[in-house]
Design a protein around this ligand. Structure first.
Ligand code: 3PG
Length: 208
């Protein structure tokens, strides 16, 4: 998808999988497993030495997937993610520098916020679709309800502590378009090459 917007990233599926890959060999079969289960918007976090190579492999070999970079914390991260073929970026917090860097390299950004002041800073930089992180730890659904008054024009992707069980309550809120979570790609499923399990988890999520 070309010139993806943050809104399109959020509206594609009810859940954005937050993925940590330690082995390049896992990237492509993992991405194919998620796509087979109906989830194609994939956030590969820049938390491991292999992350950029994994993004590159998915972008090259799994055209049905839309791969993005998570844990984008700096201008350099944004540039490296775009070079690797990422189509969107997710950051755990927000700085105007990261916001500008993503604009400069043409990456849609979902910036992370956890307070009213951070939301206001993101709005000042023109971002209205935001990740609420760490969502459950920072107030969960009650916080999102409180924000719906003053921040009536903001849409959120709560991430952090979200599970298949608590996701429906979050998704029912009018200011929540999707949620993010790591549960779709468990470490043991990756280690065992249990791609069928990842497809099953994606399927269960798709029907939320
Ligand atoms: C993260 O960035 O680590 C995500 O928020 C994932 O959180 P989770 O493991 O609680 O889903």
């Amino acid at each position: 998808m070309k010139n993806l917007t943050a809104l399109q990233v959020m509206q594609d599926a009810p859940v954005i999988p937050v993925i940590v890959l330690n082995d390049l060999a896992h990237a492509v079969p993992m991405a194919r497993a998620l796509v087979a289960g109906g989830i194609r918007m994939l956030e590969v976090t820049l938390r491991t030495p292999q992350a950029l190579a994994c993004i590159e492999a998915i972008a090259r070999d799994v055209p049905e997937a839309v791969v993005g970079a998570g844990t984008v914390r700096s201008r350099a991260d944004a540039q490296a993610a775009a070079m690797a073929g990422a189509q969107f970026a997710v950051s755990p917090g927000f700085t105007p520098a990261v916001g500008q860097a993503c604009r400069d390299v043409g990456l849609a950004l979902l910036p992370g916020v956890a307070t009213g002041s951070e939301i206001m800073q993101a709005l000042e930089s023109g971002f209205t679709e935001l990740k609420f992180f760490p969502a459950l730890q920072a107030g969960g659904a009650a916080m999102l309800k409180a924000w719906s008054g003053p921040f009536f024009d903001v849409r959120f992707c709560p991430t952090g502590g979200v599970t298949l069980q608590n996701a429906p309550d979050l998704l029912a809120l009018p200011n929540v378009l999707c949620v993010g979570g790591s549960w779709l790609v468990p470490f043991d499923a990756l280690a065992q090459g249990d791609w069928a399990r990842i497809t099953e988890l994606a399927r269960a999520t798709k029907n939320l």
